[in-house]
Design a protein around this ligand. Sequence first.
Ligand code: PMV
Length: 348
Amino acid sequence: MSVYVASTTAPVNIATLKYWGKRDKNLNLPTNSSISVTLAQQDLRTLTSVATSESFPEDKLWLNGKEESLQSERTQHCLQDLRDLRKQLEAADPSLPRFSQWKLRIVSENNFPTAAGLASSAAGFAALVVAIAKLYQLPQSYSDISKIARKGSGSACRSLFGGYVAWEMGSNPDGSDSKAVEIAPMEHWPQMKAAVLVACADKKDTPSTSGMQQTVATSDLFQERINVVVPKRFEEMKQAILNKDFALFAELTMKDSNSFHATCLDSFPPIFYMNDTSRKIVKLCHFINAFYGETIVAYTYDAGPNAVLYYLQENEEKLFAFIYKVFQNNQGWDSKFSAKELAKFSEY
Ligand code: PMV
């Protein structure tokens, strides 16, 4: 009996304008639009291969070598949508094999350690959905397919694209216009780089879905954020990216991270994602920008304590001189600076 196979990879994406809040929990419809920047140089990816055959008795999934359940409502939602689209193709062309009725075997691997403290669900759902869409030879665009990935994990819709990506929140109650679109490909601004500083590799204490629920229900600040702050910032950040204006992009990114964490703190009871090390890195970034008299680095934090820093290639040495100086005694650093060079940065 024939076995049909397809594979794909999807990148981890980091939001520079945060999605925080759902207006529909089942469809993962957000209360605001968001933006992410995904860089090839980060090369943090999920690789997923899918196979289907008439002879497979049940759907099965192996994640990083371990068999996992496919029974979550979100995963089932994605599989059902993909099978429905395939069914339409089969109805139009009776010569096509009946993949929509066959079971799937899915093998998924992350090329980054789980201990890196990065949310892997976005890349995971994006790779799953795209691999099956390829296997089923669906004609839909990536933006259309992103609506299915969104149902798995909201931020997953942005991982269908590399580079600079917007998730437009849309307004239709059925989610048909809540999708990811490319703002610009990575090559548009290839000097942009990112570094991940792991402040703590433990699992986050409040999962994003319950954190969002608590914020939407209890934070007063949140209304100002979604109605006034983010809509303006969304347009400004898109322009900053299109104009390759790093100072503006960095300012908006840092402000938006702060605004999102402020609404978490304003929730009742409050939610703390950042820790003392995270706050030390925030202060360090502001110190570095002040030291050089120009904005060379931006920080952003998701629902956890780890920092993602954005900077331009030309400023890498300037930035890392400070980072190495401050964290040189931590494990995992390989400083390329001599003690003499590091001494230059002793003001911090
Ligand atoms: O897609 P989720 O449910 O994992 O939520 C992601 C939320 C943030 O990472 C904090 C922000 C974002 O836009 O990715």
